[in-house]
Design a protein around this ligand. Sequence first.
Ligand code: PMP
Length: 453
Amino acid sequence: MSEHPAIRLYAEHVNPAFVRLLGTLGYGRVFTKARGMIVRDADGREYLDFLAGFGAINLGHNHEKLVDALSRALRDEVPNVLHVGPQAYAGELGARLAALVPELPMALFANSGGEAIEAAMKLARGATGRPGYVYCDGGYHGTGLGNLSVMGHARFRAPFEPLLSGCVAVPFGDLDALERALRERPAAFIVEPIQAEAGVRIPPDGYLLEAARLCRERGTLLVLDEVQTGLGRTGKMFAFQHEPGFLPDVLVLGKSLGGSIVPISVALTTRELHEKVLGTMQSFDLCGSTFSGNAFACRAALATLDILEEERLSENAAMVGARMRRQLDRALGDHPFVRSVRGRGLLLGVELGPTQGGFLGKLKKKAVEKVSEAVFGQWLAVRLLEEGILAQPASQAWNVLRLEPPLVVDEEQADRCVDTVARILREYDDLTSLVSDVGKRLGRQALTGWGFG
Ligand code: PMP
């Protein structure tokens, strides 16, 4: 194991299994500095960040204007948490968000994506008086007990069951299944516009619009989880704006809202729903918590929105994202183990695995499928790391390499990423070389006791 103290302390006091996993896969680096697109490790090596903290770093690392705004905020000596008066910056941030989505002018602040989803779930129960929820297979909405009840990945749920009753999963993108599930009259349908963690899965055109109509028919609220897709990521401020006419009852934001430095999230909703559930002196605080809407976090979010707008980062995401997608298609469209390149803006996925015509497809299909699900994405991510690119497969679909850089990425950096991915995959356009490389790497790690270094 490497000598860096961070590794030993992390393994001893935070999460030993994570350090073992990093060792098994051959990561072996400690990252100590980051600015914009660039991350540096303890040995002075530089990387381009095409992971962006799973979509939490839309502004890039430690954006200068955000650091200045936060330094000023600390020097202003504003009471950060007080609870006996209205928090001015929370009001200002609420108004700012309302200007972006005027139909949802009320803000329930929280500290993580999962917490804001829980607030949305409570709001839906409180407003409808109904117990159940419909969610999508593959959906990811956080790790609290309420969140897990609508979690579309069994591995997360199983150890903690039983969860909330009356929660029903439907296939993502399947309107018939949704229509059937809504007959039970659930409180809410909880859905992402693009399922990032499940492998950058995009629903058919018009899905959200029709889902909203079906929900309205049954008096079920539609909660849209834009924790990862929001704030410019897909080339518009919110991903739902790609579907004109669609509007959720609750819109949930998190991750990048605090510029990646300060945790803050929000569930935006209508005046009517807010009034119904939180509108009395007995109920006004039912979704609150000590730090929700604290001054420092709100100032981080206000500065983040300023920077997103001033630097036109949604536009940059649309432009650079389209370029990356085109180039990935051109470079990898016919590769024998690239199944598809998909995504929107700077949320891109490259699905790896046996293709119909490719030689992999002709081998024992099940076995190859299993291998590709288990190792392809991580193998490619480690190869990219060695070439100075940080990227990860989708967390719940290791056969999909996800490319999700900060929205400040420029064309040259994007080109370098695409060229590197393409060059690595081209090195292995026959199965034997790939399997032998994966085997060699795992073998080398095993010899060192799966050590981190
Ligand atoms: N919703 C979505 C779509 C997410 O991607 C995530 C995090 N990956 C969450 C909710 C949960 O956010 P947090 O980890 O901040 O609780």
